[in-house]
Design a protein around this ligand. Structure first.
Ligand code: PEP
Ligand code: MG
Length: 754
């Protein structure tokens, strides 16, 4: 049998139908409202490749050096062509089409979703790698199923499995075919608080199809509901700018602007919340643990689209949360309790860290015990076997970084730094959130699983997006861990400068392809880390004095003031050889599936610069209509030309206040003699920024800041007041900026009703 109906599937059919299929089958069987559908089994895929005799070829084609982009691309193309070019056996075709025709009236729009059998691996980003097709009908159904199979071999997926050493032939793929719910509203629901385990339901909701909420392209409403009495304790209504809908004409899923009357309207009625609560109770009862549910409302009915356990809550948290949440446990040898923030069990010598300068005392295998970790502790955290903090919740820095580093952690213990003595031997359990005296035998210590990202609703919900700046790809993990809404500026200068040679010299010696590969590799690390959150990558902007330090630097022009010289887009346009290669690298990344990348041009002055840059982008094969692209506003000329630049089609304008300040005030940012005059908050700078935001709002161009000033509270206040779309801050400032943004937004809301 090539297909099985969801009614006949149960949770333990994972091998047959993959994680997604099993979960939907289990929900259907439990009598919950799930849209009807069937699964093309994993065995059908396996039989397809084996019977056609393409399996060996397929698996050997993808055994490549994953850091070699050319090899990776070729591997993907070979695998993709093999699958798409091999006909599906007639009996399988018939069985799939027969099943499809018995859904709805026989011509239903269905969602075709990959359901990999290894999706339950302890790595969240694995799950998002395979294809989903929405609004499919009979004509495209079989090809969509094959495309799901082929998506097991996207460049991202091959790269990922090779990097993690996960054998390609151990992953199979089933395909769920399920009636589309043309939802009017949709979102996610956590049946318990995902960070504290408290008995509160957290619901996120937005207009239209759920893709917008799940992929994070819209800031949803957030409701916190008391499970005991059904009271909505808080309802934070977001500015929902976009929604995902089915285009009536083409049947395709498209992003639409939300009409102005609905943007600020509350999405869920109290009745709908009550129904969600009821379903939440049922689903949690059914599984016996807190669930993370995707839901949709259509024609007044609430449907459940998916349910998974909330992995960030550990056993015992609920009990802990119901008393003081961090009490010392009586009985056995548990000396303290906190929140299990990063899974795994580790024993070691406690190192009480009270100041940063104690960090060098943290030796390999120690357990760091500290009030609260700071970004500067990351190197020490890497050495540590475990981490314990007094303060913080599941999305605290310690929790996030520990999870990203794969180090077991217990956070929010209250007073570990005074209860545990320096040098004590302790064992921490990052699942249960316990700390015991003494050592656990080595074989009972458990290495933590890598990866466990924070769940979304616990960071401050802001309508203005808060992003992060990244300059070194190695920092991507840390940057992503801040919970930023994306990367507002990824500079490629560092990647290029670390080559140790000017781009020209590097290309002379290694060829153009190698230069493209270097950029692809560096940018990919960040794009992968953040996927699907957007990453705004900028073409090269290094002044000639920086290039001069490098091999080949002797050929750089000598300039009196490099800051006013040959840099940014002016250099790219004057001598496009290197610029074109950067755009080729971006194009390659788009082809590899990194559709979260956005392209940004530095130091433009006027519309003519933008027109020419756009032409190069088109020449490189990047479709400006399909991709998000924009410019930096770093010169007064750019700020004053914004309307004309908008006419060229930019999607966004990002204030580079480091340069905008120096060019507005005629103060070289590198010249210490005039450093006292350098003021990003100077009224003239603010006037340029404020006016530009106003024009951009008028013409529908998004605005952002990615200069250092974006990390300063005063600038944040000014920008949010003016209605900036996003703020990109330094890694360590992201959280503060999120809070500052939230505070200003709340004040604006209050002002508007007072
Ligand atoms: C800026 O000018 O503010 C900016 C972010 O760019 P850079 O610092 O790289 O010049
Ligand atoms: Mg700049």
């Amino acid at each position: 049998m090539a297909v099985v109906w969801l009614d006949d599937v149960r949770a333990d059919d994972l091998e047959l139908v993959g994680g997604k299929g099993a979960s939907l089958g289990e929900l259907t069987g439990a009598g919950l409202p799930v849209p009807p559908g069937f699964v093309v089994t994993a065995g059908t895929y396996r039989a397809f490749i084996e019977d056609a005799g393409i399996d060996d070829e397929l698996f050997s084609a993808v055994e490549v050096d994953h850091e070699d982009s050319a090899a990776l691309k070729e591997a993907h193309e070979t695998a993709h062509d093999l699958i798409m070019g091999t006909p599906m056996p007639e009996d399988v075709r018939e069985e799939i089409l027969d099943a499809y025709r018995s859904i709805g009236e026989g011509d239903a729009f269905v969602a075709v979703r990959s359901s990999a059998t290894a999706e339950d691996l302890p790595d969240a980003s694995f799950a998002g790698q395979q294809e989903t097709f929405l609004n499919v009908q009979e004509e495209e159904l079989l090809e969509s199923v094959k495309a799901c199979w082929a998506s097991l071999f996207s460049e991202r997926a091959i790269y990922y499995r090779n990097r993690k050493g996960f054998p390609h032939d151990k992953v199979d793929i089933a395909v769920v075919v399920q009636q589309m719910v043309d939802s009017e509203k949709s979102g996610v629901m956590f049946t318990c608080h995902p960070s504290t385990g408290e008995k509160k339901v957290i619901i996120e909701a937005a207009w239209g199809l759920g893709e917008a909420v799940v992929s994070g392209t819209v800031s949803p409403d957030n409701y916190v509901v008391n499970r005991e009495n059904g009271d909505v304790e808080t309802a934070t209504i977001a500015d929902k700018k976009t929604m995902c809908v089915r285009d009536e004409e083409t049947g395709q899923t498209v992003n639409r602007e939300v009409s102005s009357d609905k943007r600020h309207e509350r999405v869920l009625t109290n009745e709908e919340i009550a129904r969600l609560l009821e379903l939440g109770e049922l689903v949690e009862d059914h599984y016996g643990n807190p669930q993370d549910v995707e839901w949709a409302v259509y024609d007044g009915e609430v449907y459940m689209l998916q349910s998974r356990p909330i992995t960030t809550i550990s056993e015992g948290d609920e009990d802990a949360a119901s008393d003081d949440g961090k009490s010392t446990n009586a009985g056995d040898d548990v000396i303290m309790r906190g929140l299990g923030a990063s899974p795994g069990i580790a024993s070691g010598r406690a190192r009480i860290v009270t100041k940063l300068d104690h960090l060098d005392q943290v030796a390999e295998g120690d357990i760091i015990v500290t009030e609260m970790t700071m970004p500067d502790m990351v190197p020490a955290m890497k050495r540590a076997a475990g981490i314990v903090t007094d303060e913080g919740g599941m999305t605290s820095h310690a929790a996030i970084v520990s999870r990203e580093l794969g180090v077991p952690a217990v956070v929010g213990t209250g007073d570990a730094t005074s209860t545990i003595a320096d040098g004590d031997i302790v064992t921490i359990d990052g699942d249960k959130g316990t700390i015991r005296e003494g050592e656990m035998p080595e074989e009972e210590q458990r290495q933590p699983v890598e990866e466990a990202r924070p769940k979304t609703p616990v960071k401050p919900m802001t309508a203005t997006e808060v992003k992060v700046n990244v300059s070194i790809p190695e920092a991507a993990e840390r940057a992503a861990a801040t919970g930023a809404d994306g990367v507002g500026l990824l500079r490629i200068e560092h990647m290029v400068l670390t080559l140790g040679k000017t781009p020209e010299r590097y290309i002379e010696q290694n060829g153009e392809r190698a230069y493209v590969d270097e950029i692809v590799t560096g940018v990919r690390e960040v794009a992968e880390e953040f996927y699907p959150r957007p990453v705004r990558v900028r073409t090269l902007d290094a002044p000639t004095d920086e290039f001069r330090q490098l091999e080949g630097g002797e050929n750089e022009p000598r300039e009196h003031n490099p800051m006013l010289g040959y840099r940014g887009i002016r250099r790219g346009l004057d001598n496009p050889n290197i610029f074109r290669l950067e755009l080729q690298a971006f194009r390659r990344l788009f082809d590899m599936g990194y559709d979260n990348l956005e392209v940004m041009f530095p130091l433009v002055n006027d519309a003519e610069d933008v027109v020419r840059a756009k032409e190069h982008m088109i020449e490189a094969g990047i479709d400006p209509e399909k991709r998000e692209w924009g410019v930096m506003i770093e010169t007064p000329a750019a700020a004053l030309s914004i309307r004309e630049m908008a006419d060229v089609g930019i999607d966004f304008a990002s204030f580079g206040t480091n340069d905008l300040t120096q060019y507005t005030l005629a103060v070289d940012r590198n010249n210490e003699h005039v450093a006292n005059l350098y003021d990003e908050l100077h009224p003239a700078v603010l006037k340029l920024i404020g006016d530009t935001i106003e024009t951009c709002r008028d013409v529908g161009v998004k605005t952002s800041i990615c200069g250092q000033a974006g990390s300063k509270p005063k600038m944040v206040q000014f920008l949010v007041d003016k209605g900036v779309s996003s703020i990109s801050a330094n890694i360590d400032a992201v959280r503060d900026v999120q809070h500052e943004v939230k505070r200003v937004e709340q004040r604006l809301l209050l002002d508007s009703v007072r």
